[in-house]
Ligand binder design. Structure first.
Ligand code: F6P
Length: 326
């Protein structure tokens, strides 16, 4: 591989806290190799529109602690077309960009698979999504912060639930994965955690609630993943209303607050390590892989293997929640 002079960096899909810390690490590491970093604005959409600008070292000062992404982001429909990908490639070439670092989630990695089947540019991906649903890394950038945000919110909900003897159904994000629900539910001592990865029967849920009522446990928090088979908090509440009409309950959908805010310490360190490793990997001639951390070691996984299926959920955790949530 010829030596890399200009490196393009983009964030794509849903933003996640820690993306800025990753951009900072990539830019600083690129400078250490005398590369010129270019910011591609708004992900694949900016690639298509040629929305690309050279980054200075000052552009990444004072951003490690900031949520969102200074490069903006988008979900690009145009990039799914042959024409869109061709335009994106032409813009990369016209800016003399000879390697890419892509930060994003499942959609970003899927885009990378399609793009690099046709066009050959050295590229490394970073797992940036609150959903934690990519193979090839224990944790994705933003997951820890999102879970902490959810935990803070559910703890507050617990206070008011306790005061009124109410049942709360709290919906958390995660697309079709249940990691945010599982982790926040465990950390908040939720009475039930409903996730797509584990089938629950409505009858069993109702029986559990009735049992709690019988033994005078009148506060009940159900954390449900938005992608759960019951269809999220509102749908679940409609089902419960039919079966348990006497129960006083409320629904809270946490929504996009889980995507914002200052990244946690864990996310800042994860992003810094992955950003640094991505540029070092390009220098070492690696390409078409996502960099992750597994058991505290930097690991590389080909793009197509990151998205094949969700990484398996810890069976230990799944077994444990059924015991602890009683
Ligand atoms: O992938 C991150 C995520 O926040 C998911 O948890 C959620 O389902 C989705 O993005 C929401 O996307 P948008 O911000 O486009 O509505």
């Amino acid at each position: 591989m010829a030596s890399i002079k200009n490196i393009g960096i983009m964030t794509s899909g849903g933003d996640s806290p820690g993306m800025n810390a990753a951009i900072r690490a990539i830019v600083r590491t690129a400078f250490s190799h005398n590369m010129v970093p270019f910011g591609i604005m708004r992900g694949y959409q900016g690639m298509i529109e040629g929305n690309i600008k050279e980054l200075q070292t000052t552009d990444v000062s004072n951003i490690i602690q900031r949520g969102g992404t200074i490069l903006k982001t988008a979900r690009s429909k145009d990039f799914m077309t042959e024409e869109g990908m061709k335009k994106a490639y032409e813009n990369i070439k016209s800016h003399h960009i000879d390697a890419l670092v892509l930060i994003g989630g499942d959609g970003t990695m899927r885009g990378a698979v399609a793009f690099f089947e046709k066009y050959n540019i050295p590229a490394i991906g970073l797992p940036g999504t609150i959903d934690n649903d990519l193979n090839g890394t224990d944790f994705t950038i933003g997951f820890d912060t999102a879970v902490n945000t959810a935990v803070g919110a559910i703890d507050k909900i617990r206070d008011t639930a306790e005061a009124h003897n109410r049942l709360f159904i709290v919906e958390v994000m995660g697309r079709d994965a249940g990691y945010i629900a599982l982790h926040s539910g465990i950390a908040c001592g939720a009475e039930s955690i409903l996730i797509p990865e584990q089938k629950e029967s409505i009858d069993m849920l109702i029986e559990n609630i009735k049992n709690d009522q019988r033994r005078k446990k009148l506060t009940n928090i159900i954390v449900v993943a938005e992608g759960d088979e019951f269809g999220g908090a509102q749908e679940l509440s409609n089902k419960l209303k039919d079966e348990l009409p006497w129960i006083d309950y409320r629904v809270t959908i946490l929504g996009h607050i889980q995507r914002g805010g200052s990244p946690s310490c864990a996310d800042r360190i994860l992003s810094s390590r992955l950003g640094y490793a991505a540029v070092e990997a390009l220098v070492a001639n690696r390409s078409q892989e996502m960099v992750g951390i597994i058991n505290d070691k930097i690991e590389f996984t080909p793009f197509h293997n990151c998205i094949k299926s969700h990484k398996p959920m810890s069976q230990d955790l799944l077994t444990m929640i059924n015991v602890l949530a009683k």
